[in-house]
Design a protein around this ligand. Structure first.
Ligand code: ADE
Length: 303
């Protein structure tokens, strides 16, 4: 797969390109990531990439010419019309707060381009108060946002997409199973669980839920103990605990995800248990507060 990034801050990408999985994927040739300096496609001596907005108003707008010319210089990017067809092998993406929000499904869709012969992603980093709308209307085939907040430019977004996509390319992560188990990973048609393999690590997938908690040694750190169940070697119990904690975390932090996940009858039962335990816990807390006049501090909160 080839990823091209168009930016006026090429140095920004030194960090994101040079560490961990992205670095390894580049070194092993799984992905080729090329940073293009938009100023190289300007024609004036000041290398101007932005201008004032028509109609007045605050701020500067990124000009269309350097962006169009940079993309055209590649010579082999399919026309926008072709890229917009289902099954297209290339995508030119404008990073912007106005775009479709990035999620794991979109990352997987983009990573799937790597399996095609001419798979290619072009990421255009917006900047300043905006980008000339003709980029979105005539050049990019989609606009993507990395979240509901406004950043000062698209570089962070491009780095996020580059990372999320690269680690999904087959071979980028040592154990491909680990990308199948993490938060948000959905298995369309496979149900909520993967039943292959013996150990708990290969038999518990998140199925669109947030990931379950992970622990490593020491088993007791400053009095904070690892849950007993993870150390008893009982794979059924471990699997059950992981599913339950994944459900509990999702219920607490992202209840909206539960509406989109195919829950099994067992999941529904676990959720009932979690809600019941939560009510009990709240009642104990309320009693403690009434008795002591203060909220009890959990081990987790103690610093
Ligand atoms: N540029 C400004 N805000 C952005 C966002 N949320 N995502 C992607 N690009 C952006």
């Amino acid at each position: 797969m080839k990823i091209d990034i168009l930016t006026i801050f090429p140095d920004f990408f030194r960090g994101p390109l040079d560490y961990g999985i992205v670095r390894r994927a580049r070194e092993t040739g799984l992905v080729e990531i090329i940073i293009h300096d938009l100023r190289a496609f300007t024609k004036d001596k000041h290398r101007t990439v932005d201008d004032r907005p028509f109609g007045g108003g605050e701020g500067m707008v990124l000009k269309p010419e350097p962006i169009f010319e940079c993309l055209e210089s590649f010579g082999d990017v399919a026309p926008r019309k072709v890229r917009m067809r289902p099954g297209a092998k290339q995508s030119v993406i404008l990073l912007s707060a106005q775009g479709r929000r990035l999620d794991q499904m979109l990352a997987a869709e983009l990573a799937a381009l790597s399996q095609t012969e001419k798979g290619r992603i072009v990421l255009i980093c917006g900047r300043y108060e905006g980008v000339d709308e003709r980029i979105s209307d005539y050049l990019a085939d989609r606009e993507v946002s990395i979240g509901d907040y406004v950043l000062s430019g698209g570089e962070l977004g491009a780095a996020v997409i580059m990372d999320a996509v690269t680690r999904l390319i087959p071979g980028a992560v040592g154990n491909q199973n680990s990308t199948r188990q993490e938060s948000f990973t959905e298995f369309a048609g496979e149900g909520a669980r993967d039943t292959q393999g013996d150990g708990p690590s290969s038999t518990c997938v998140s199925g669109g839920l947030l990931d379950y908690p992970h622990y490593t040694r020491p088993a007791d750190f400053r009095g904070m103990a690892v849950p007993e169940v993870l150390m008893n070697g009982n794979h059924d119990q471990i699997r059950n605990w992981r599913r339950k904690t994944a459900l509990a975390k999702t219920l607490l932090n992202r209840p909206d995800l539960l509406d989109r996940v195919a829950l099994t009858a067992e999941d529904t039962e676990l959720l009932e248990q979690i809600r019941f335990e939560q009510v009990e816990l709240d009642a104990i807390r309320r009693q403690d507060i009434l008795r002591d006049g203060a909220s009890p501090v959990s081990t987790k909160d103690q610093k």
